[in-house]
Ligand binder design. Structure first.
Ligand SMILES: Cc1cc2nc3c(=O)[nH]c(=O)nc-3n(C[C@H](O)[C@H](O)[C@H](O)COP(=O)(O)O)c2cc1C
Length: 171
């Protein structure tokens, strides 16, 4: 069993990736970039069924732990991450079998901003979405970049969060 990081930055090798790399260096943690997939906005008429969302969901179903990784863009999750989250509504309406399979999975969150403090309320959509979907919220870890480096003070938190993921995978 492995965990997967769902990386939602607008750049592949940016700051969010720097933090994610500290996780995905571990062989139990895979990473995908949402920017590699064509995922349309949620559509009430489901006119984008042919895009990459549903095949991606089938791939993700093999993972018991989904960890969203998002930069902080305007005090919120990235647009790519939000579009992906919105599309999970497809699983409540036209692919209910997959929706039911989310129950019991774990949902984690890695954030990357330009400041040490994550703004109030940022994590709430993830916590509540996990609750709504029957997923266990793993908590979150926040990082930021200073002078192109991850500050040393972030490292213990990243290590603790990594260990939390590995412990769940081992249980
Ligand atoms: C469109 C945009 C909006 C941003 N808004 C915020 C913000 O509200 N708070 C913050 O701390 N940083 C903000 N930033 C800075 C990014 O969160 C920060 O540079 C982050 O490390 C970028 O990660 P990335 O390289 O993966 O995009 C913003 C950056 C961009 C491009």
């Amino acid at each position: 069993m492995k965990a997967i990081i769902i990386q939602g930055s607008s750049r592949r090798d940016g700051n969010t990736s720097k933090i994610c790399d500290l996780f995905s260096i571990n062989q139990s943690i895979d990473m995908l970039h949402l920017s590699d997939y064509q995922i349309g906005h949620f559509d009430y008429e489901f006119q984008n069924l042919e895009d990459d969302f549903h095949p991606l969901i089938q791939k993700l179903m093999h993972y018991p732990i989904w960890v969203f990784a998002t930069p902080v863009y305007w005090y919120s999750m990235s647009g790519r991450t939000k579009v992906f989250l919105d599309r999970i509504s497809d699983l409540l309406k036209i692919d209910k079998e997959s929706g039911r399979k989310l129950r019991g999975k774990s949902l984690g969150l890695i954030t990357c901003g330009s400041e040490a403090k994550l703004n109030k309320g940022f994590t709430i959509p993830f916590q509540l979405s996990a609750e709504y979907l029957g997923m266990d919220y793993l908590g979150d870890v926040h990082g930021w970049i200073e002078n192109s480096e991850i500050p040393a003070q972030v490292m213990p938190e990243i290590e603790a969060y990594l260990q939390k993921i590995l412990t769940i995978l081992a249980s």
